[in-house]
Design a protein. Structure first.
Length: 657
C-alpha cells in the first residue's frame, strides 16, 4: 500500500511554510577573484527556468497562498458561530442537524468535514506519516479509518448531487475532499476515483469557480504526486509544470526539482531526454546544481569539470545524454551550452549555441572566447549580452544574475585597460565595492573628475572624488563635490587653514594654520580625506576594516598598468585612519616652525594628544607616542603638563614674533 497523507482538518488547515552571521555583511569583490569568476557560469535560477515549462500546456488554475484556519473563518456572524457549533459535534449526522437553517451545501460539506476529522483523531493525529504507514500493521484501525472515510465520502458526494448553483459555495472544496478521501482509502478503484475528482477540481478552478484556497492548483500537485509514484514521469512533469506556471509556485518548483533528481539518478535517463518537457527540466536542474558563485577562496584555473565528475554523477549522466542529441534537438541551447561549459565540454557548448544569440547565449559566447584567449571577441559578446539583458526585461531575469554579468564585463574591461567603461559597468552592478575600487585606486583623479562632471553620479562617488582631490592637495577643487553642507563648510575652513600653513606671512601664522588643519583632520578627517575603502573604509564609517590586497594580486586579468595605478593611488601613509597620521605630521611641522622649549610647542602637542585620545586611544597609541616624544625633546615643563594630554591650554601663537 502506498504511503499517503491526510489533509488535516478537511481543508481546514491547509497551509504552507516556506523555509547571517554576526558582524557586517562584507560583500565579495569580483576584482579579487577575476579568473575564477570569469571561468564560472551562473544559472538564471531553477525557479525562473521551470516557470516557463508550462508555456504551451493547458492553462493552470490560479494559485493562492493557502489560508490558515477554518474554511468558514471569513463568514459573517452569526453564521460563523453556527458553523463552529457544527464542527464540535460527535459525528456527521449530529453536525448536519446542528446546522439547520444554513444553506444545504454548507450543512452537507461541514458534516463530511466532521467525519473526515474523526478519522484523523481516531488514529491519534497521524493517519499516515512520511516515514511510516501507521495503519499498515493495524488492520482493525485501517478498517475503522476506511469506514470513516466512506462516511465522509457520502456527505461530500451529496454536495456534488445538488444543482450546481446550490452547490457552488462548497462545490470545489467538496470535490477536492472527495479526491482526498478516495486517495486515502484502501481498495483497487480508489486511486482511479481520486484521480477523477482531482481532475474535476482542476477543471472547476480553471473555469473560474470560487477557489479561495487555491485547491485547483493544489490538485495539480496531488495528480503529479500520484503520477510520480507510478513512475509516470512525463505525466508528472506535465502536471507540475502547469502548477509551476502559476504565481506562488514554490511547492511546484520543489516538486519539479525532486522529479528531476529521480530522473537523473536513473540508468535510462537518455531515454527520457527526448521528451521536450523532461529535457528542459533536466537541463535547468543540472545547471542550477552547478551554479557557481565567486568565493573569497578563489583559485585561478580551478578544474571544475573534474570536481563535477567526482561530486555529481547525476549531472554527468544528464550531460552524456545531451551529447547524443543533434543541435536541433537541444531545446534549451543556451542553458545546455552553459552546462557543458561548466563541465569543461567546450565542444558541446559551442555546438549548442553555434547560431543562438539570446542574452544568456551571448554570455556563454563571451566565456568561450575567453577560453580561447580572444579578449576582444569576449568583450563584444559581453557588451551584446549586457544590452540584450537590459532590453529583455519581460523574461524576468533575476537582478543578482544580471548584476553578475555586468560585474564580469567590468572585470574584462579592466583587463583591457578600459577603466572608465569598467567603472560604468561595475557601478551598474551590485558589486559596488569593486566600483569604489576602480574609482579610488585605478582611475586617475582627473579621469574620475571628468566622469563625475559629465554624468549624473550619486553622492557616494561625488564625495569619493572630493576626498581624493583633497588628498591630492586640491582642496579648492574638492569643496564643490562634498554633498553635506556641514562638511562643505568645514572643507572651506580646512582650505583656509592649509593656505595659511603654506602662504602665511609669519611662521606663527603658518604654524597656526597647520595646527588648525590637524584638528580638523583628527575630528573630520574621514569625511574630508578618508578613503572609501582600504585603509580607512569610509563606507563603514571607519567602524570596520578589511583586506587591502584588492585587485593588486597576481591574476590573468590584471595588467601591469592597473597594478601600477593601484600602487600610485594608495593612501599615504597606508595606515588605518591615515588622516590622523597626516594630522600628526602637521602638528610636528607646526612645532618645527616654533622656537624650541616654548609654550606654543607644548600646548599644541598636548592638544594633539588630547584630540587623539578622544578618538579612541587603542587605535592611536603610536601616534600619541610620537607627539609625546616630540614634546619631551622640544617642549618645556609646564604645571599643566603633569597629565599630558589633559587640561591643555591653547597655544599662544601671538607670543611668537
Amino acid at each position: 500500500m502506498k504511503t499517503k497523507y491526510l489533509v488535516l482538518g478537511a481543508v481546514l488547515t491547509l497551509g504552507t511554510g516556506l523555509s547571517q552571521a554576526c558582524g557586517p555583511d562584507f560583500p565579495l569583490m569580483i576584482t579579487k577573484c577575476r579568473s575564477e569568476c570569469l571561468n564560472q557560469v551562473k544559472s538564471p535560477g531553477f525557479a525562473l527556468d521551470v516557470a516557463g515549462l508550462g508555456s504551451g500546456l493547458e492553462a493552470s488554475p490560479p494559485a493562492s497562498e493557502y489560508q490558515i484556519g477554518p474554511l468558514e473563518a471569513s463568514e459573517p456572524e452569526p453564521k460563523r458561530t453556527l458553523l463552529r457549533v457544527m464542527r464540535q459535534q460527535a459525528d456527521g449526522n449530529a453536525a448536519y442537524s446542528a446546522g439547520a437553517g444554513l444553506p444545504e451545501a454548507e450543512r452537507l460539506y461541514t458534516a463530511g468535514a466532521v467525519e473526515f476529522n474523526r478519522v484523523h483523531h481516531s488514529t491519534n493525529g497521524s493517519y499516515y506519516s512520511a516515514s511510516s504507514n501507521n495503519l499498515t500493521d493495524n488492520p482493525e484501525l485501517q478498517k475503522a479509518a476506511d469506514k470513516g472515510l466512506s462516511s465522509a465520502i457520502g456527505w461530500f458526494s451529496k454536495v456534488l448531487s445538488l444543482p450546481e448553483k446550490e452547490a457552488e459555495p462548497r462545490l470545489l472544496v467538496a470535490t477536492y475532499m472527495l479526491a482526498r478521501c478516495h486517495y486515502l482509502k484502501t481498495g483497487e478503484s480508489e486511486e482511479r476515483l481520486a484521480t477523477k475528482y482531482f481532475k474535476k477540481v482542476v477543471a472547476l478552478a480553471s473555469s473560474h469557480h470560487d477557489d479561495p484556497l487555491g485547491l485547483g492548483n493544489a490538485a495539480l500537485g496531488e495528480l503529479g504526486r500520484m503520477a510520480l509514484s507510478n513512475q509516470q514521469f512525463k505525466e508528472a512533469v506535465n502536471l507540475y509544470a502547469r502548477q509551476a506556471s502559476a504565481p506562488n509556485a514554490a511547492i511546484a518548483v520543489q516538486s519539479l526539482r525532486e522529479v528531476a533528481w529521480v530522473l537523473s539518478s536513473r540508468d535510462d535517463v537518455s531515454h527520457y531526454i527526448h521528451d521536450p518537457l523532461i529535457q528542459k527540466l533536466l537541463v535547468s536542474y543540472a545547471l542550477s546544481r552547478i551554479d557557481h558563485t565567486c568565493s573569497e577562496d578563489c583559485e585561478d584555473n580551478y578544474d571544475y569539470a573534474t570536481a563535477l565528475s567526482v561530486q555529481d554523477q547525476h549531472i554527468v549522466s544528464i550531460i552524456a545524454a545531451l551529447k547524443e542529441l543533434s543541435p536541433k534537438e537541444l531545446l534549451l541551447p543556451d542553458r545546455t551550452a552553459a552546462l557543458a561549459y561548466a563541465n569543461g565540454d567546450y565542444e558541446l557548448a559551442a555546438k549548442a549555441i553555434q547560431s543562438i544569440h539570446t542574452p544568456y547565449a551571448e554570455w556563454i559566447h563571451a566565456k568561450l572566447a575567453l577560453h580561447t584567449g580572444d579578449l576582444e571577441a569576449a568583450a563584444d559578446y559581453f557588451s551584446k549580452a549586457s544590452k540584450d539583458f537590459a532590453i529583455d526585461k519581460s523574461a524576468g531575469w533575476p537582478d543578482e544574475f544580471v548584476s553578475r554579468l555586468k560585474a564580469e564585463h567590468g572585470v574584462l574591461l579592466l583587463a583591457r585597460k578600459d577603466y572608465v567603461e569598467a567603472l560604468y559597468q561595475l557601478s551598474a552592478s551590485k558589486f559596488t565595492d569593486d566600483a569604489y575600487y576602480v574609482a579610488e585606486r585605478v582611475l586617475t583623479v582627473d579621469e574620475l573628475k571628468q566622469i563625475v562632471d559629465q554624468d549624473s553620479w550619486g553622492t557616494k562617488f561625488r564625495n569619493l572624488l572630493a576626498r581624493r582631490l583633497a588628498r591630492d592637495g586640491r582642496i579648492h577643487d574638492a569643496v564643490q563635490y562634498y554633498s553635506n553642507e556641514v562638511i562643505e563648510n568645514i572643507a572651506k575652513e580646512y582650505e583656509n587653514d592649509l593656505n595659511a600653513a603654506k602662504n602665511g606671512a609669519k611662521k606663527a601664522d603658518q604654524a597656526k594654520g597647520l595646527y588648525n588643519a590637524a584638528k580638523l583632520e583628527i575630528f573630520y578627517g574621514m569625511a574630508l580625506i578618508g578613503t572609501e575603502r582600504c585603509p580607512d573604509f569610509n563606507e563603514y564609517d571607519g567602524s570596520f576594516g578589511g583586506s587591502c590586497d584588492q585587485g593588486a594580486t597576481a591574476d590573468t586579468y590584471i595588467s601591469d598598468d592597473e597594478s601600477a595605478r593601484v600602487e600610485n593611488n594608495i593612501a599615504k601613509p597606508n595606515n588605518r585612519f591615515h588622516y590622523r597620521d597626516v594630522a600628526v605630521n602637521h602638528l610636528i611641522a607646526a612645532a618645527d616652525l616654533m622656537p624650541k622649549h616654548s609654550q606654543v610647542i607644548s600646548a599644541e602637542l598636548c592638544n594633539g594628544v588630547n584630540w587623539l585620545q578622544s578618538r579612541g586611544r587603542s587605535f592611536n597609541d603610536e601616534r600619541i607616542n610620537i607627539l609625546y616624544q616630540k614634546y619631551a625633546r622640544d617642549g618645556r615643563a609646564e604645571p599643566w603638563a603633569k597629565n599630558f594630554g589633559k587640561n591643555c591650554p591653547e597655544p599662544d601663537f601671538t607670543s611668537i614674533q
